[in-house]
Design a protein around this ligand. Structure first.
Ligand code: NAP
Length: 308
């Protein structure tokens, strides 16, 4: 394999994440050109050996591999639209968080300007970049992924999720949905015991091993969902899972039951539809995208068809 240190990289966006990405590349011997809307943020990286471009035009002309780590989809267009003509033949790896459709739009836009595009979603915090715990998901052109992988692997474990440019974002946001919902549940529990003076610190120590152990149940629920039979034995039924007592207990303690009330609402919907004897995983049926037929294909592109 060619020594990736020979690959020069332009990085636009020097917030907390962009700076970590640039510093990691510099630390592994890459030539790095950086640009940031607020130029002062480039000073530290310049001291470490980065070339600070004073304009976006100069930045995108510096290297054929261009990486964006900006705030959002709009900021990527705001930054690159004026200079995209100078990017023809370049490769753009966008690590800015976007929705799946925003990623697809950027891929189409790049393609229309003769720019090779790969979308990325960072599953790490800035201090994790370049360490074994970091993970970055990619989707879009497999060829681009393979070509630039030696650079991508400097930052994190790189995973290719498929040719649909929206897939990395979709996995990212799906995992974050699970994470934030779980954190909201933790904060609700902390508020419940906090109503009698228990500290959040004590609650965290008690809740962490319990909730961690419960996540082992994801795999079982997943097998039920994929099997499509919510009546298979060994599941906790929806009737048994009724959470109205938790909602009531929360209210009795003067605590807003909002996070658990949402779950109770999903349970109630399935019980009202006659599925009370079926397993908890049936909540998935209240949430999933509407499917056009009964073959298991969604209305959206099937990911299996995009993995090459
Ligand atoms: N931090 C994390 O833990 C983390 C984890 C995963 C993914 N991400 C994603 O990584 C991206 C960057 O995150 P961050 O933590 O580095 O954010 P940040 O520290 O808030 O930095 C935002 C960057 O975007 C630039 N920016 C904002 N609006 C702009 C515009 N209209 N035109 C040009 N530049 C603009 C800012 O420039 P100025 O300096 O001029 O304001 C700055 O360089 C985001 O999409 C974020 O979701 C971050």
């Amino acid at each position: 394999m060619t020594d990736p240190r020979g690959t020069g990289v332009t990085l636009l966006g020097l917030g907390a994440m962009g700076s970590a990405l640039a510093a990691t590349l510099l630390g592994t011997g890459h030539a790095v050109t950086v640009w940031n809307r607020t130029p002062a943020r480039a000073a530290e990286l310049s001291a470490q050996g980065a070339e600070a471009a004073s304009t976006t035009g100069a930045a995108v002309a510096a290297h054929p591999l261009i990486v964006t780590c900006l705030l959002d989809h709009a900021s990527v267009h705001e930054t690159l639209d004026p200079v995209v003509a100078g990017m023809r033949g370049s490769t753009l790896v966008n690590l800015t968080t976007t929705t799946p459709n925003e990623a697809r739009e950027l891929a189409t836009w790049a393609d229309g300007h003769g720019v090779r595009y790969l979308d990325g979603a960072i599953m790490a915090t800035p201090p994790m970049i370049g360490t074994p715990g970091a993970s970055i998901l990619y989707s879009g052109s497999r060829g681009v992924f393979d070509d630039v992988r030696p650079v991508l692997d400097r930052w994190a474990t790189s995973t290719y999720d498929g040719a649909d440019s929206g897939l990395a974002s979709l996995f990212d946001l799906a995992m974050l949905s699970g994470m934030y919902t779980m954190f909201a549940g933790f904060l609700h529990g902390a508020a419940m015991v906090g109503s009698v003076g228990v500290t959040a610190t004590e609650f965290a120590a008690r809740a962490t091993p319990f909730i961690s152990a419960m996540t082992a149940g994801f795999a079982h629920d997943a097998s039920v969902i994929d099997g499509g039979d919510y009546t298979v034995p060994g599941q906790q039924s929806l009737d048994f899972s009724d959470l109205s007592h938790i909602v009531r207990a929360s209210e009795e303690q003067g605590v807003d039951p909002a996070p658990v009330a949402v779950v109770q609402e999903l349970i109630s919907r399935q019980i009202a539809a006659g599925h009370g004897a079926e397993g908890f995983a049936r909540l998935y049926e209240s949430l999933r995208a509407v499917r056009g037929d009964n073959t298991g294909r969604s209305d959206h592109t099937d990911r299996a068809e995009t993995l090459r």
